[in-house]
Design a protein around this ligand. Structure first.
Ligand SMILES: Nc1ncnc2c1ncn2[C@@H]1O[C@H](COP(=O)(O)OP(=O)(O)O)[C@@H](O)[C@H]1O
Ligand SMILES: [Mg+2]
Length: 265
């Protein structure tokens, strides 16, 4: 069996007719890994994640997932696309974009109902996931009046209720208070331990350190210029300054005052 969950080979991507945003991208993601994709705003993180989710397709090169070559034509096959969406869960940067019903319960039940599960099983799944995320008291409420953190939890619930093999998260800690961030880190560690493959785009270096062993770095010119052990990548100050993830001031300040800023797993 192909050991890589996802494999990008010589991938080029452009939006519309513009010159390629990404080119010559070669990258493999392995089963059971937790990987962080680091980069400043505009470096291309969301674009890469959307390719992994088969929402965008390479304009050149090959994208392979679960051993299959994926292109637009394959995703037009409804059965294939449905199965793909079940296996690969995506939590968008903007959770609001993901919520569209008027009751949280219906929101979370939507995916399982689409799978054609029996009502009783759907109910069980919704209750289980609400318990895991501790959002039981939100189930009867409308998504529109929730706080940012609550919306993020609901968006996560909608994805986790499908029991995906791969969880892809775009800037998951944005807008979350420190306690909810800590909670999310624990949840992601737990899911990864249970065998889920997790891919997270972030510019939150503490999050990267806490949840991933492997880190990828995209430069502001949209090139993959780092791929390695997260601790080593995060210790490479010159690299982080080069890609604008930290600035010189932080660099000097940190080397004098906190050489040990990150939380160790
Ligand atoms: N739908 C789009 N059409 C045209 N350009 C886009 C679109 N989405 C993103 N871009 C551009 O692609 C680049 C990378 O964006 P993105 O992948 O969102 O980066 P990041 O997630 O790292 O902030 C940016 O310059 C952005 O303006
Ligand atoms: Mg983004």
């Amino acid at each position: 069996m192909d050991k890589a969950v996802f494999s990008l080979k010589g991938v080029e991507f452009s939006y519309h007719d513009s010159s390629p945003l990404l080119s010559g991208l070669n990258l493999d993601f392995y089963y059971g890994d937790s990987v962080c994709l680091l980069g400043a705003n505009g470096s291309g993180k969301s674009t890469v994640l959307k390719m992994l989710c088969a929402l965008l397709f390479p304009t050149r090169g090959i994208f392979r997932a679960f051993g299959d070559d994926i292109d637009e034509a394959r995703m037009e096959n409804d059965r294939y696309a449905k199965e793909y969406r079940r296996r690969v869960g995506f939590v968008f940067q903007n959770s609001e974009a993901q919520l569209f019903t008027t009751r949280i319960w219906d929101e979370i039940a939507f995916g399982p109902l689409q799978l054609g599960l029996a009502a009783r099983d759907v109910k069980q799944r919704v209750e289980d996931i609400a318990g895991l995320l501790r959002i039981e008291d939100l189930l009867e409420r409308s998504p529109y009046r929730l706080s940012g953190g609550e919306k993020k939890k609901v968006a996560l619930a909608c994805v986790l209720v499908m029991n995906p093999e791969v969880l892809i998260l775009d800037e998951p800690t944005n807008g979350l208070d420190p306690k909810t961030q800590r909670w999310l880190i624990e949840l992601l560690l737990q899911l990864n331990k249970a065998g889920r493959t997790i891919i997270t785009a972030t510019h939150n270096l503490e999050l990267a350190h806490a949840i991933s062993k492997r880190a990828l770095v995209l430069s502001e010119e949209h090139r993959l210029i780092g791929d390695g052990n997260t601790f080593e990548i995060l210790s490479n100050r010159d690299l982080l300054i080069q890609v604008n993830l930290i600035d010189e001031y932080t660099h000097i300040h940190e080397s004098h005052e906190h050489t040990h800023r990150f939380i160790h797993a």
